[in-house]
Structures are given as structure tokens and as C-alpha cells.
Ligand binder design. Structure first.
Ligand code: DAT
Length: 186
């Protein structure tokens, strides 16, 4: 990864001994489950941003129509800034362009086929509107495009997450990547 500062005046990338990883993707693609497994395999700490937003009230209220909280981005970034500084975090969130680029050493975008994603969302009792929006978002690869626009090309990795074999292979790849990262930054 380059060590140059970006055009938005952010601090230059700091080399961390232990990496920070962003796990993103449409709801239901397996971010939370995969992040927990990566945490267990690597010893890194899982930060579930959705839960944090609710716990610490980092939102400006609830939007009934869309069955979602309105994120207070500034509050969220302030809350996470110190947490991210030490490295070793796996941040799990369905959106990725709001975070400073300098926070992450690897960005994983989980992808799932419509036929597996749909029942996962139905199981969560999402309303029809929310299911349709999320399915469209996945088909149009909205999160992948957002990740590619927000982070350096070489750190954004698209990973299939259709079944348990995909998940295990993804976790294993990340575990190996973390081992190499640590060896190169010790
Ligand atoms: P997310 O955090 O992206 O919303 P999740 O980890 O909560 O997704 O997963 C939603 C549900 O789908 C959960 O019951 C686990 C299941 N699931 C996700 N990815 C999977 C995969 N690759 N193989 C099998 N089940 C998966």
C-alpha cells in the first residue's frame, strides 16, 4: 500500500503492526458471521458497527419506512477513531465509503447470489421493500463499487459468500494474509 496522503487532507497512512480489516457487503452476505470467524482464527477484534450505532446511539433517529437508523456519521467516526488507532480490528458494516481510507489495510466485499440472499433476509423478517432494495443493491454491486471508489484498488477483495465452503475458504485466506502481514510488519 502507498504511504502518500490523500487529496482530502487525511493523515498519511501509518504502518500498523497488526492490520485493520473492513468487512463490507449487502446485508445478509455474511459479514458478521465471517468477521467473528476471522476474529477467532486471527485473534483480531470484531467491531460490529451496526450494534455499536444502536448501543451508543450514534444515530439521529429511526426511519420506520426503511426499517433503519439514520446514521450520525460524525459521531460514529469520532467514536471509532481511537479504537482504530491501535490496529487489529475487523470492522463489519454494510456501507464503506464513510470511513477514512487510512484506517484499513484490507477491504473485503462479500457477495452472494440472489437465490441465497433472499431467504437469508426473509429469515430476518425484513419487510418486502427492504428485501427488494437490498437484492437490487447486490445485483448492481453497489457496495463493491463504493469500496473500489473509496480505497486503493489493491486492497479491495471481492469474496463469494454463498455457502459454508465459501465462508471457510474466505476465513482461511484472510488468516494467511494476516500471518504474512504480521511477519512483514514485526
Ligand atoms: P450480515 O452480517 O452480512 O448481515 P450475517 O453474517 O448476519 O450477514 O449472515 C446472515 C445469515 O446468513 C446468517 O444466518 C448466516 C447466514 N450466512 C451468511 N453467509 C453465509 C455463508 N457463506 N454460508 C452459509 N450461511 C451464511
Amino acid at each position: 500500500m502507498s504511504d502518500s496522503s490523500d487529496s482530502e487532507g487525511q493523515a498519511p497512512h501509518v504502518e500498523r503492526k497488526i492490520p485493520n480489516i473492513l468487512v463490507t457487503g449487502t446485508p445478509g452476505t455474511g459479514k458478521t458471521t465471517t468477521s467473528e470467524m476471522i476474529a477467532e482464527a486471527t485473534g483480531l477484534t470484531h467491531v460490529n458497527v451496526g450494534d455499536l450505532v444502536k448501543q451508543k446511539q450514534l444515530h439521529e433517529g429511526y426511519l420506520e419506512e426503511f426499517d433503519t437508523h439514520i446514521l450520525d456519521e460524525d459521531k460514529l467516526i469520532d467514536e471509532l477513531e481511537e479504537v482504530m488507532e491501535g490496529g487489529g480490528k475487523i470492522v463489519d458494516f454494510h456501507s464503506c465509503g464513510i470511513f477514512p481510507e487510512r484506517w484499513f489495510d484490507l477491504v473485503l466485499v462479500l457477495r452472494a447470489e440472489t437465490n441465497v440472499l433472499y431467504p437469508r433476509m426473509e429469515k430476518r423478517n425484513y419487510n418486502q421493500r427492504k428485501i427488494t432494495e437490498n437484492i437490487e443493491c447486490e445485483i448492481m454491486q453497489v457496495v463493491l463499487d463504493e469500496a473500489r471508489e473509496s480505497y486503493a484498488e489493491e486492497i479491495v477483495i471481492e469474496l463469494p459468500s454463498n455457502d459454508i465452503n465459501d465462508m471457510e475458504s474466505n476465513v482461511d485466506r484472510v488468516r494467511q494474509w494476516v500471518d504474512i502481514y504480521k511477519a512483514n510488519h514485526s
